[in-house]
Structures are given as C-alpha cells and as structure tokens.
Design a protein around this ligand. Sequence first.
Ligand SMILES: [Ca+2]
Ligand SMILES: [Ca+2]
Ligand SMILES: [Ca+2]
Length: 464
Amino acid sequence: MRVFNRGRGVLFASFLAPVAVYLGFSIEGERIDQRGGRFFETGKNVVTTVGRFARALQSKDDAALPQFFSPRFHGSRLGLNQQQLFEEKDGIRRYHLHSDGEAPSPDAALSEWKAYIDSFQSVEEMGMHLHRLEQWDSPDGPAGVIRMEVIGTPKGATQAGIDRAFFRMKFENTDGRLRIREASLVEGERVIADQPQFTDVAKTAGVDFMNRYYPLFLNQPLKFGMIRYGPGGITAVDYDNDGFYDLFIPDGVESKLFRNRGDGTFEDVTAKAGVSGLDGVSVAVFADYDNDGYKDLFVSHTFRHNQLFHNNGKGQFEEVSEEAGESFHLLEVSRGAAFGDIDNDGDTDVLVSNNNGPARLLINRVGNRNHWIGLRLLGKKANRDMLGARVEVVVTPKRVLSRRARTDGSYCSSQDPRVLVGIGSSDRVEAVRVRWTDGSLEEWKSPPINRYLTLKEETSAGKK
Ligand SMILES: [Ca+2]
Ligand SMILES: [Ca+2]
Ligand SMILES: [Ca+2]
C-alpha cells in the first residue's frame, strides 16, 4: 500500500530549470564560467583581506594595520566606540553602535579601530566576513557589506559579550592587493550580560555530540570554496508520547536519537529505536502520517533517497520507504520538509524541497483511515496563532496525547500551524485541554472528531 502519492500538477518547476537549459549552450556556458570565476576570485580576495584585517586588529599589529587603508580613504565614523543602550531585559543589555556621521581621515579611521580593540580586556574571537558582494566587476575595485563578529570581554565587564556589526566598504585594488577606500556603518549592536544566561550541560545530560560531515562529500574536490554539506538542524520531538521532548540530531556520518529520561538526562536510543546508520541526513521531521497517535519519522537526505519510518508505539521505528511511494526511490538532494494537511482530509501531507530540482508535494493516502482531531488555536492577543501553546487530547484518562502548536521543525520550512492529532481506532475524545502561552488552561469536553475545530482563547465552558 503506497503511503504517499505525488500531488496532481504539483511538481513545481524550479526557477533553476531555465538556467540549466541556458547552460547547455557551451559558449554561453564558458562565458558564464569565466564570469563566475572572476566573481569568485574577487569575493575570495575581499574575504582574505577582511580576514587578515580582523587578525591584525585582534593581535594589535600596529605595523600591519595602516596598510589596510588607502591613503585616499574617506568614510564616516563607524560608531565602534559610541554604543548606546537601547534595551535591558532579563539581565541582558543591548547597545546600538552609533555613528555621528563625521568623516575621519585615514589616521582617525585607524584610531577608531585601535580604540575599539583597546576597550577590551580580552578578545576571544574576532572575525570579519563578506556578507554581500555588491560590486565586483568594476575597475574601481570591489564593494560590499562586511559583517564583523567579536566575542570579547570589555574592560570593566564581568564576562564576554558579543558585538555584531555590518559595514559597507569599498576597496581599492592596487596590484591585486585590496585596501579599504570607504567605510560606513550599516548597523551594529553589542549584547552583553553580567551573569551567564546558559550553562553548558550537554555532557552531563548525555547529548555532547559533535556533528560530522558526510565523508564522501568531504573528500570531493570543489572548484569553488563552497560551504560543504551540513545537516539542517536538530529536531526536538516527543516521539514516545511520555510528555518529554526527545532529540534527533541529523548527521553526516550517523544521526542520533536521544530519549529524554525526564530527569534532565538523555539516553542514546539510536540503535534500540532501529534508526542506526542514517548518514548524510539533511533534516528529520516527525509527524504521525497514519494517525495511530505515534509520530513517525521522515528523513530527507542529501546523497540518497529519502526515507520514511513507522513508529510502532513501543519505542521502535521500522522503515517503510519501499511502500511509501515513488518519491522515496528518487535520488535528489533534499533539504527541508514541511508537513501539513494540504487537502484538509485529516492526514498530514509533506512538501519536500530539493536543491537544483523541483519541490515534491506528497499527498497522504492512508492517514485518514484512522480517526483524528484537528485543532486550530486562536489567541485573543498578540500571539494569534498561539505558537508554543500546549494541547492535550484526552482520548481516555489513561491515554492523553500531548502536542504543541508549532510551525518550526525543519530547515527553511514552516509547518501547518494546526495541531493534527491521530487517535487510531478510538471513536471519541473525552476532552481537549489547551495550555495557552500565558499559562492559563481551558478545556473543551467531548469535542467532535474527524474534523477541524477552531478553539478560540477564552471561549470554552471550562476556563480555569
Ligand atoms: Ca519523550
Ligand atoms: Ca504513526
Ligand atoms: Ca491530507
């Protein structure tokens, strides 16, 4: 039985398809390649230059620093030493960099940087990165937006803060060497607190896992120094319905499933749960495709076909990709996946996005054979979609399915904000409870099933 069908007329043509045809013309292709090469070399030169500039600043290399500025430099003050407090919340202070618009001489521009670095008692990291190349093919030299990131402890501070800023810079090209010709502040801020906000407990919690690249891809020579494959983020999911969020960590070598023990520690259940050996994973999305009340696992891959695993309700997953539909046999570079009931028939469908290929919309053909209840939460105040609100579907007092209203969960994808809860063969639900985001609780008794209901805040009889 096939689980997912491709939707009718829903194979979205990628905008890259015409580009592929265009590239088929070899002369044009060659020209584009040369242009691409120049673009790359210019960008690389800027990246190298600002990287060296950051290192010279961090090491206070007074001999090297003046060489980064053109003698014809002009610009406006960057506001590095003019920080204005604009927010203080939960012990965290945020400052904006403020430029007074004055135009410093090359020496004054350098002094501003020196004074900035001298304002720290220690600098742990200082980085300058090319954020956007805005001009790269001009004889005047390249121009773009440079992102600065500094982690350091300012003099008099109790711990390190983070400075982030964007500067618009123009560079002068002298015999292949770039110097800063113009510079101005786009925006910047400092975020700092007197106390640590988070303590790293990964080791004691049992989740100190370091991601690894997919080995085959890592060993491939790359024409351009592109970003290599990396997984698209961790998934937090309560796959065993015990009310505690578990963690799935996608990885290039072997992804991990950690079960939350409920005492602040996690157990590596990758092997026990039957999901060993998942490599080259982009994202993992958990959704109950068959509405049996247990969230199943969809895994998108960068280097082989995507996979679907059925959750047996006893803590194990069983692969069902073979019978899940033709899309699970395709070799595509899949990235994010968005889940939602696109055809409103009571089961969750999925939209998979692919690099350099069409998005695939997979229509679920089996889910609504089981019973279900769909809930659209509506808040009265600011959080209209009530994202983060907790829903408990009380099938029986002993079978309570807990879910959250959420749209997150997958790389560059947003899920259906409605909460779709499969209840298997149960033909009634005793109650639905909603813990709204302000902590208040409401209950709706004996709601109808196999349909979508809109639950508005403060409209139930059972407001507590
Ligand atoms: Ca759990
Ligand atoms: Ca299921
Ligand atoms: Ca559906």
